[in-house]
Design a protein around this ligand. Structure first.
Ligand code: IMP
Ligand code: MG
Length: 173
């Protein structure tokens, strides 16, 4: 596999600070729970919450729709639930990538039933090519038309998550 740089660590940090500033302005003085979708969003989440100038609670969920491949099976499971109650709080779902939209729509649907004040979605990458369900990403980091990317938390078969930048994965001919 070859890696081609798409978003440098510096660019990601700068964009994350911008998102953090916008989120801080929008949720100033409001009860906010930031929910990290494991594992892909873990590194982005850690940087994003540290760029907030407001108080937030942090929680984690784990779902899976990919089984070590670059194409989604379309099947979503929810294997680790939140621990913090979200009733009467604002919820910010923090995703690595919204691709087909199936996982984040499922999560949104599950959390809506718990009566939060609102649910917003922040995704480092809003990838358009394979979208199957309409999803509003309120806080997109970068919009990507197509391609499979790794690094900064994103994996291919559990590899490359630790890279500080984001790279396009190109298979050798
Ligand atoms: P969706 O349900 O198709 O929107 O899938 C979202 C999940 O698929 C993301 O949270 C990622 O974990 C994974 N995914 C989608 N595209 C990529 C990619 O280009 N690289 C790595 N993971 C991806
Ligand atoms: Mg993921």
């Amino acid at each position: 596999m070859n890696l081609q740089l798409m978003y440098s660590s510096e660019l990601i940090q700068a964009r994350t600070r911008e998102l953090g500033a916008r989120i801080s302005k929008d949720f100033h003085d409001l009860p906010l729970v930031a929910v990290c979708v494991l594992k892909g969003a873990a590194i982005f989440f850690a940087d994003l919450v540290r760029s907030l100038s407001i108080e937030t609670e942090m929680d984690f969920v784990r779902m899976s729709s990919y089984a070590g491949s670059t194409s989604s099976s379309g099947k979503v499971t929810f294997s680790k639930d939140m621990e913090i109650p979200i009733k009467d709080k604002h919820v910010l779902i923090v995703e690595d990538i919204v691709d087909t939209g199936l996982s984040v729509s499922y999560l949104r649907h599950v959390l809506e039933a718990r009566n939060p004040l609102s649910i917003s979605i922040c995704a480092l990458i809003d990838k358009l090519e394979r979208r199957q369900v309409q999803v509003k990403v309120h806080y997109p980091g970068f919009v990507l038309q197509e391609g499979f990317i790794v690094g900064y938390g994103l994996d291919y078969a559990e590899k490359y998550r630790q890279l500080p930048g984001i790279f396009k994965l190109i298979s050798e001919k």
